[in-house]
Design a protein. Structure first.
Length: 218
């Protein structure tokens, strides 16, 4: 998928679309004229630059221009059954500001360096992630596949079937895959040392059987 709009549509007339269409007339307006095209992204707010706990400096980052069209790949495991209509994505806005200094002139409308870096973050820094919606067709209870114990970050799984290969996949609450491993034996022991505290979903796949369980990491 792409972050932005291709050149042909970018310089089209928004009035040719219904208001319900993504490229149709909007309030606030995302179209900046036929020459400039659409704002690919418009981010506004306030930043606390004097560290008094009160955001005081206004910022506006409106990014547009054909050269700012970037592609991104959504990380959807091929072993997962994901609904595609509608296809739900999650947005982590903190990721947009990776390696961006929010000081000085932060009213930026156009395709300058700051605008480009923010859209590169949107494409490459994990800003967009698919919401994994598992099909119930092959879902079973976890205990029918394995016994599971957890000591905070230490996970232990003992599989009932010692012969078949299995997959253990862990997703964050936003649907981003944070761990994936193919298991060839009956025991899985792992410490999740690299992830932050929060809720996660562990998915265990054993052949055609699939089970999921929500876990919390302190």
């Amino acid at each position: 998928m792409f972050v932005g709009i291709d050149k042909e549509k970018n310089h089209g007339d928004p009035n040719l679309y219904l208001a319900t269409h993504p490229l149709g007339p909007k309030t606030p307006d995302m179209h900046w004229g036929w020459t400039a095209g659409y704002r690919f992204m418009a981010i506004e707010g306030y930043v606390d630059n004097n560290n008094d706990g009160i955001p005081e400096q206004n910022f506006q980052i409106h990014s547009l221009g054909d050269e700012l069209l970037f592609s991104t790949i959504l990380d959807v495991s091929a072993s997962q059954k994901v609904t595609t209509d509608p296809f739900v994505i999650n947005l982590d806005y903190v990721k947009l500001f990776n390696a961006i200094t929010m000081s000085g002139n932060i009213i930026q409308h156009g395709s300058g360096t700051l605008n480009k870096n923010m859209l590169l973050n949107a494409a490459n820094a994990g800003f967009i992630s698919p919401q994994i919606i598992l099909s119930s067709q092959d879902e079973v209870k976890l205990e029918s596949i394995a016994s599971f114990t957890q000591n905070n970050r230490i996970l232990n799984i003992n599989f009932n079937d010692v012969l078949s290969s299995k997959n253990v996949i862990i997703y964050s609450q936003s649907g981003q895959m944070v761990f994936s491993e193919r298991i060839e034996n009956a025991v899985f022991n792992h410490e999740l040392s690299e992830v932050s505290s929060g809720n996660y979903v562990i998915t265990v796949i054993d052949g055609e059987k699939m089970a999921s369980k929500q876990i919390f990491i302190r």
